[in-house]
Design a protein around this ligand. Structure first.
Ligand code: PMP
Length: 411
């Protein structure tokens, strides 16, 4: 295991105060903080070798290209992808899911075909499919949730059936923390000839994820949730699927030869990366991967499992507060959504902020799921490698104090 106190020293923002109190940053499911090595990778690029990639014959361009492609190889290795060419840079998970919906789905999903998602998808793995099924005359089907926030798999063999062409599923829910059995569901999808897409926005940063082991066709994730910069993410696509996919965006870089009438496509993965890419942030994401590998992803998961167990116990002390999601830390990530029947989450979040504690409040881009839970919003604390049990104590004390204030008034 790693030493949280030592880890914290690598994150400059964690040294700051908010309203005169030490910052307790518990909004990691929204975005993570950045270690010095990631910030330094950005500075080094802009100070030392800023140039466009894949184009120049000059030293700076070659250096930038090498570092940029090295970062792609690091990301590929991190998720167990067999080759760097199967990693397409995107802006974030949302762009990855939209790329699948726009570049793969129109050629593979037709009238009467079915797409299966769960009832806890983030909007980015729901809204693109709503448009696609409308346009293609296809059908969107849902895996339901059990009362404890796990998937209810009783009818799974009816829901995933020979009409299923795509299973697109969240790996770890950003709203209730549930870890879904992606590997088992992927095997069921494969058995009926369907493709498998995984929303790894919350899983890739927090636990070991291996695309070869999962046997998925697509995995989308965001750099900013895994200690990397905003504006960079990646989409893994299985090689044979990628080779048969039409390019999404068209223009420079993605072509081999162009005449006034037509064009032919560049090699993978450039075929899917039209225009000047996000060079600096890709390289810095490579530095984030180095940092996480230095800690070890098994250790990251173990630390967060321990934090989650501690938090689930601590929240039991708060009367009338509901905590959603599985009650077993082995089946969920470090995400604690909570709700009090009389106090709005925004009020709780604002009160905690005055104590220097940052949480997220709202629907967390899962509006339909909020309906299933019978609420319009929750407070959500989410953990990462630099959080400690002391911070959970501060959170629980802060919630207790705020609830007393809002339910009994000051004094
Ligand atoms: N899916 C899940 C499960 C998420 O948690 C998020 C981010 N909250 C997304 C997708 C979208 O990620 P991004 O905003 O980086 O595109």
């Amino acid at each position: 295991m790693f030493d949280v106190k030592k880890v914290r020293q690598d994150f400059p923002v964690l040294q700051r105060q908010v309203y005169g109190k030490p910052l307790v940053y518990l909004d990691n499911a929204a975005t993570s903080q950045k270690p010095n090595s990631v910030i330094q990778a950005l500075v080094e690029y802009y100070e030392g070798y800023n140039a466009n990639v894949h184009r120049g014959v000059h030293a700076l361009s070659m250096e930038a290209t090498d570092r940029y492609e090295e970062a792609r190889a690091k990301v590929a290795r991190f998720i167990g992808a067999p080759e760097p060419e199967t990693i397409i840079w995107t802006r974030n998970t949302t762009e990855g899911m939209n790329l699948i919906a726009n570049a793969w789905a129109p050629d593979n999903i037709g009238p009467g075909d079915e797409i299966v998602v769960t009832r806890m998808e983030h909007h980015s793995n729901l809204v693109p499919w709503q448009k696609l099924v409308q346009e293609r005359g296809a059908v969107l089907r849902f895996l339901p949730l059990a009362a404890d926030g796990d998937l209810d798999l009783e009818d799974v063999d009816t829901i995933i059936n020979p009409r299923t062409k795509l299973l697109s599923i969240v790996h770890m829910s950003n709203s209730i923390g549930t870890i879904t059995p992606v590997k088992e569901l992927a095997a069921k999808a494969r058995a009926v000839g369907a493709a498998v897409a995984v929303d790894g926005a919350q899983s890739v940063p927090h636990m070991p994820v291996n695309v070869t082991d999962l046997d998925c066709d697509f995995l989308a994730f965001s750099g900013h949730k895994m200690l990397g910069p905003t504006g960079i993410g990646a989409l893994y696509v299985k090689r044979d699927v990628l080779e048969r996919m039409e390019p999404f965006l068209r223009g420079g870089e993605m072509v081999l030869e162009v005449t006034y009438e037509s064009a032919s496509w560049n090699d993978l993965p450039m075929r899917f990366e039209a225009g000047t890419p996000n060079i600096a942030d890709s390289i810095a994401l490579g530095a984030a991967v180095d940092y996480l590998e230095g800690l070890g992803m098994e250790n990251v998961r173990q630390h967060e499992r321990q934090m989650t167990r501690y938090a689930l116990d601590a929240f039991k002390e708060l009367e009338e507060v509901d905590v959603f999601g599985p009650d077993d830390a082995d089946r969920r990530g470090g995400i604690i959504p909570f709700h009090h029947p009389e106090v709005h989450p925004h009020d709780l979040g604002t009160a905690l902020d005055r104590q220097g504690i940052a949480i997220r409040t709202g629907h967390h881009c899962t509006m339909p799921l909020m309906g299933e839970l019978g609420v319009t919003a929750t407070g959500r604390a989410s953990f990462y490698v630099y959080n400690s049990e002391d911070e959970i104590d501060l959170l629980v004390d802060g919630v207790r104090e705020a609830l007393r204030y809002f339910t009994h008034g000051p004094g």
